[in-house]
Design a protein around this ligand. Sequence first.
Ligand code: C2O
Ligand code: CU
Length: 570
Amino acid sequence: MKNKIYFLIIVSLFFLNQNNIFTQTYNNLWIPDTISGTQFNLNIRDTFAQIVSSGNQTITGAINGKYWGPTLFFNRGEEVHLNVRNYLNDSTTIHWHGMHLPAVMDGGPHQVIPPGTIWQPYWKVNNSAGTYWYHPHLHEMTLEHVSKGIGGFIIVRDTIESKLNLPRTYGVDDIPLVFTSRKFDANNQFVVQNVAYGDYLLTNGVMNSQVTLPKQVVRLRILNAEIERGYNLGFSDNRTFYIIGNDGGLLDAPVAVTRVKLMVGERIEILLDLSKDNTGTSIDLKAYNSGQTFGFPGGEPATSGQFGSLLNNKDFGVLHINVGSSLPNSINQIPAKLVTNDYLKESDATSTTTVNITGGQPPSTPFTLDNTPFTLNKINKTINFNEVQKWTIANNNVFGHSFHIHDVQFKIVARNGKSASVGSHESGWKDVMFVPLGENVSFVAKFADYADEIHPFMYHCHFANHEDGGMMGQFIVKNPTSVEDNKSINFDFSIYPNPTENKLYVNLSNNDIEIYYVTLSNSKGKTVMMLPQPEIQKGIDISNLTAGAYFIQIIDKKTKSISTQQFIKK
Ligand code: C2O
Ligand code: CU
């Protein structure tokens, strides 16, 4: 009898525990709003969201909403204009991860957006249809800003992908999924510092998420936006699913798998065939992270402490999928062929470079590349415009890392020197790749279209804490042939009225000058606005600036020459 009571108590404690605030019933998946067209208004704010199902809301950072941000739809070939307003109390930046664009528009650590100011990058979309994303990138602040939830998806469309018989109805049969995990304090607030792994998984910001998907072939666009954790993804019935896209667009043909690893910063697009499932049944998309070897982020055994987490080294659900009814004109087939990529080959490379992932062993700093901690003033590599380079990333550190490079999409050509060791699931265009502990991985990339000797691009470990800690370098793409292009010229401009309160007008003395962008900086040299040229005839709206002395700099597009004037804001 006594035993029976104990048994009942233990059983009910177990269920009580299962029913605690973090593991209740399923919550409906949130699908981010969308913005399409060529003008995109992004307002970055501190806000709050009910992330834990009961109790306090969590203070978050978000763009136009309560957590994360809208999905931006770009069409290849169109010029997009982004109006990024920073309403945070901190400076931040927004980087367009995976986009091929001019370095000054890239939103890396150099394109700072001070509080209360607007940053207006623009570029012609030159990426293939695929799943990209945007997120803060201010040096030493990336962990904090990303952890708050600031970020969003970019979906690029193009004429090739649009003709394929693929699921393409956003939020219906084409679902964006962003995975990350967080630790919470007793007041339901994110714990950010010294946290490599969260305890609770958030899928699109939702714990224990579920979604109802139509009985057909559905497309999932999956982003690992974790701090460190990797995901070994698969379905609860071990069914085969099909990888159709990597970071930079569609593969030549779907790759059938039952498991795929998705590491920090990486995206995959997959097709999941629900056409033979019965309406009303369900399956789970899960992370099969138990039994991973050391060096797989999140494979560590500890459940608490700096590298511990309740999700470490175990299998856990990431999305509960209910099979709904089928839709009219539903897609019920996995295509045999997708697109024809013209991949770079190892033999296309005319030069090679190596990056050693270093640090981790005292007395050196824990996070470096080539034993050199990142500094904003040091250019680590100079690459010739249009050069095809082979990069080998060698991991001599004490753990696995996710290597990312800006500007380009690359093709992985070898793992540990062997082309046969490159998985077909990673055979497409990539901008992030995992470099396991003690291994090396090689890729080739072409540094085309954008040369700029002033503004560098970044390469780094995409673990936000490692990147903030200095595991980052920067390169410039230099155009050695067009001497003309690099010859600096003197030009002048005048501004009026000065002093001024609301608008500042600019008159250029030289008609050959094409304004690349304009920066306004305060008397301490801090950039307060960065603006593209097009609207300058209407005057620059400076009504938001506090009174004082400022500098306005105009940068010429062709020569990158700079001219500066001072003005007073009344
Ligand atoms: Cu997604 Cu340099 O970053
Ligand atoms: Cu790292």
